[in-house]
Design a protein around this ligand. Sequence first.
Ligand SMILES: [Zn+2]
Length: 289
Amino acid sequence: MDGEWARYIILAGLWVFSTLTSALTFLFGDMSFIKFIGTAGARFVVTKQLRSSGGVWLSVGKTNLYIDPGPGALVRCLNSKPKLEPSMIEGILLTHKHLDHSGDVNVMIEAMTEGGFKKRGVLFAPEDALEEDPVVLKYVKKYVEKIEMLKENSEYRIGEIRFSTAQKHRHRVETYGINFKISPHTVSLIADTRFFPELPNLYRGEILIIHVVRLKPIVDEPIDHLSVEDVKAIVKKAKPKLTILTHFGMTMIKAKPWVVAAELEKELGLKVIAASDGMKIDLERDLEN
Ligand SMILES: [Zn+2]
């Protein structure tokens, strides 16, 4: 009987806790966070969906920005727990037009604009994603309130989120990494690129998100992606408080990204983690813990 009572008390406690949390969230808005909807990179991991390929949801105060809505973004948002509602997005950002970053961009714009009936939101994208062989359909483009073309070394703002681009990445299409100025922590995102010497100096956020497709570098790499060796060179120089690896290709998946991250952390003496599908990083927490 005692055990039964203890169970009831625990369940009642959990109920009170979850009700209070929901009420506080409703009253004061959600905390700022980054949610990795998908962590797949490159073709095989994406086409076989060994990992989801939905990109990243960034929420700061009441502003929601969706970054790189790859194939599955809409479904993964609606299925995520708690559910992420695409009509709450104020902006969509494409770092570049490759399909693993843009496959769901049209349907996400449609969801953001409630079927195109509510003209709203901003689309940020490089010129070649919009003009030459565009990934955003002409009729869908009309749904958004504003289109801002990403250019080198430029500043942008959407609601409570300020961000800037650096120089163009070395990738086969026009590609930009992003530096987010988010209080209390700055966040940098190194999107797809081949390594180049200036790279570590361009992204000095306290949290560094890196697209690392390859375990080992390939001589004369035709695809222009970063490997773990490149990540080491970047992290050693940039010294972020927290490095998050994501956008994994097949060789990374086989090597188990969390094992690779733990080895990097040990070698570099800096905090390194591997993103997993659905992982959420609270931007208000202390990064030292
Ligand atoms: Zn790419």
